[in-house]
Design a protein around this ligand. Sequence first.
Ligand code: URA
Length: 213
Amino acid sequence: MPGTEGKPGRNCPRCPRLAAFRKEWRASEPTWFNAPVPSFGPLDARLLIVGLAPGLQGANRTGRPFTGDHAGLLLYETLKRYGFSRGTFDARPDDGLELIDCRITNAVRCVPPENKPTPAEINTCRDFLMPTISEMPKLRAVVALGKIAHDSVVTAFGTKKSAAPFKHGGKNALGNLTLFSSYHCSRYNTNTGVLTPEMFRAVFANVRRYLDA
Ligand code: URA
C-alpha cells in the first residue's frame, strides 16, 4: 500500500532490508504491530522529539514510539516531569497517556535489525521526517535523541552537518526553530552511564525554559 500525504503505508516497500525484516517478524509474531510506527502526539505541538527507530519489542510490537522497551522509561518519565504529558505511562498504547505540546517521531519508521539503520535507510525515511516537521504549524523546538536523529533533522533543513555538529546538551538554530540534542536514552547509554537521568533532564529543562520564555 503506498503511503499517503507523506506517511508510510503499512507495507512501505522503500527499504528492502527493512521490509524483509518486517515480513519475518509478521510471520513469527503476528499479533505485533510490525509496521512503520506513526508519530504520537498533537500536530499543533511546539515540541517534536525525534528518536532513532522503533525498538523490536518496543514500538515495533506496540505501535507507539518508545512504548514497551527500556528507552521509553526515561523519556516518558522526563516528559511528565517537565509538563509535556498527562496521565500515567504504562508501556501500552492504550494506557491513556496524552502528550501536551509535544509530539514524538522517529528518524526511521521501521524497526531495523540490531537497532542499526543503514545510511541509505535513514536518507530514504527522511522523506517521511520532512513532512512530519512541516505539518506542525506551531513547531518551535526539536529534540534529537542521538547523533543519527540529529544529523537527519539537520539534513532535512538543508543545513550542512559541519555547520550544526551533534553535541549532548547542544543547541542549533535551524530556520526559525531550535534543535536541542541529547545522547539517545537507550538501555545501553543509560546502563553504562553515558547518559544519566540528570543529563537527560537538563536537556528538557532547557527546552522548557526556551518554550516558556
Ligand atoms: N523506540 C523508539 O520509538 N525509538 C527509538 O529511538 C528507540 C526506541
